[in-house]
Write a protein of this length. Sequence first.
Length: 319
Amino acid sequence: MIFETVTTTGGCRSYVIGCEATCAAALVDPELGQIDRYIALAARDGLRIRYLIDTHTHADHFSATQELARQLGVPVVMHTSSPAPFVDLRLRGGELLVIGKLRVQALHTPGHTRDSMCLCVEDRVFTGDTLLIGGTGRTDLPSGDAGALYESLFEGVLRLDPALKVFPAHEYKGRSHSTIGQELAENPRLQKSDRGAFIEIMHSLNLTMPTHVTEALRTNMTGGKTVAQMLSEASAGVPFMSLGELNARIESRSDDLIVLDVRERDAFEQGHISGALLLPRGQLELRVNEELTDPTRRILVYCEFGRVSTRWASTAPLR
Ligand SMILES: [Fe+2]
């Protein structure tokens, strides 16, 4: 088996698994920020990516499955209970995915999320956020359930061959993997096999929310774009102007530019670029035809941080 681990600074792990005989491959838990790396790794090893698998709906990072599916024309694979509408292939527990000569078996392991699954292939198991090295996934995010995680672990994953190598979706201490046997022996959360005690541990963790949790859930569950994606698409389609250039044009009193302030009125009144026209973002479509009557004039849009103005500069009424 060809195998690569891709680690990101936040501790997220994704994996490339490939069949040596046929060069077919799959990505497990790919992240949006690592797309170029996956493509490069696959090209380096002569692999053709056939499947994009998410072990569950991620709340702490943006999944790359949908974007890669669009680029590569291959299916997104998740458990059948995933809420994401763009999933092409929905697995149930016990079902197999065929990747060349590799057989990847899905285990349904709800608890961290309702749609969590672990994937067994050859000598290893990809445990997603169900089982981590020396820990488990949290159960306090949407669709998490500590009791379900107990059952998934003690009646499922932990009954697998103790020699199986464990590759989780998160690892914060740089360890490459562990084994089921090692987790049974050393994982502090698994030392009491009493259901009630396990649930109590999970309920008393008091963890802080991951950054971007709502945005990650929204995009991963619906297939919508991240804010960064929207801004990068918008900025790719509009030219920018430096403040120095703008100053020079204002000073030369050249009349070829309309300067449009898209902030709210109170911000405008506290201070604005000389000669700017106020057209707050929420009123653009309503007032564009009355306020910007000459379609041949070049419009320069600005706001406080450059995000709102970039988005609006790329929208149809101003182009
Ligand atoms: Fe997770």
